[in-house]
Design a protein around this ligand. Sequence first.
Ligand SMILES: Cc1cc2nc3c(=O)[nH]c(=O)nc-3n(C[C@H](O)[C@H](O)[C@H](O)COP(=O)(O)OP(=O)(O)OC[C@H]3O[C@@H](n4cnc5c(N)ncnc54)[C@H](O)[C@@H]3O)c2cc1C
Length: 308
Amino acid sequence: MAKTLVFLEHHDGAIQKGSLGVLSTVGGAHGVLVGSGVRALAEGIGTTVWVADDERLAAPLPQPRVDVLAKLVRDEGYDTVLFGQSVLAADVAAGVAARLDAGLNWGLVDFDGTQGRAPALQDTVVVDVGWTTPVRIGLFRAGALDPAELGGATEVKDATVELEDFSTAAEMVEQAHAEQQGPSIEEADVIVAGGRGLGEPEKFALAEELAQALGGAVAATRAVVDAGWYPYSAQVGQTGKTVSPKLYVALGISGAIQHKVGMQGSNVIVAINKDPNAPIFEFSDLGVVGDLHDIVPKLTELVRARRS
Ligand SMILES: Cc1cc2nc3c(=O)[nH]c(=O)nc-3n(C[C@H](O)[C@H](O)[C@H](O)COP(=O)(O)OP(=O)(O)OC[C@H]3O[C@@H](n4cnc5c(N)ncnc54)[C@H](O)[C@@H]3O)c2cc1C
């Protein structure tokens, strides 16, 4: 049985859904929290959580985190370190792999204790992936795992913080947050996604108003992102993000395979499309054939009325 450590990434006082998804899916795993003033975040996790709490770890920089994780693996004999995909997690995972001379598999959607599973060939198949090194490093695909209910007794242990000189050479000069109302698409329970069928960029207001009424986030297809209608950060699909909300409402989206792979893990998929033969209807739970410009404003009104 693997002795597994999961990197618990946190921002703004909350552990990221992706990390919690990995921790709750991989049985018997321990967590590690790295930062400054983060001890309270360990409460209620329900497993052993190593806490590296140090002022020098306040900025979300990768190298100091690599120091902490590499030392923990060496000192405590962990043979597997898993991460939920993010920009920071990818940097830390690569650094830990280099430091420990360990193999790194990314894009994982499952791990059984010795082997991983990952989509391949443009997501048309899922293959087994393995490691040949004593320590395995794995990066899970963003949105691949939903966090199950965590809780119970948590054993908090202090991790030793010994930083290399070169790890503290970088300094965070400025950190900016993207302006955003409501949840991000990675975290949202409800996503309203817009495609080329919206007709023009201004019509994204229809998606935004419906998303706001449902308390959700707005996503987009690559076609509209490439056309400059919506930012890349909202793109779902093979070359965008993978999401798994409870409800995914697709407005004017054809359902190309490259889009499908990013949202097929949604619990309920509702599609509104004027073409009854649109591929998206093949994998929707509810399909509405019609002009979204007629349907969406009425739907938004109905949702608002129900909620008020
Ligand atoms: C290597 C590669 C990677 C890719 N990665 C991605 C990716 O990450 N994400 C992604 O989304 N795509 C990706 N694509 C592009 C993908 O193949 C499709 O081109 C894209 O998803 C289509 O976007 P769309 O559904 O918005 O547009 P379209 O395919 O043009 O579909 C528009 C739909 O809107 C409907 N419609 C039009 N008017 C209305 C109306 N008034 N009311 C209701 N319905 C209407 C039409 O019937 C049509 O079905 C990738 C492609 C390649 C080759």
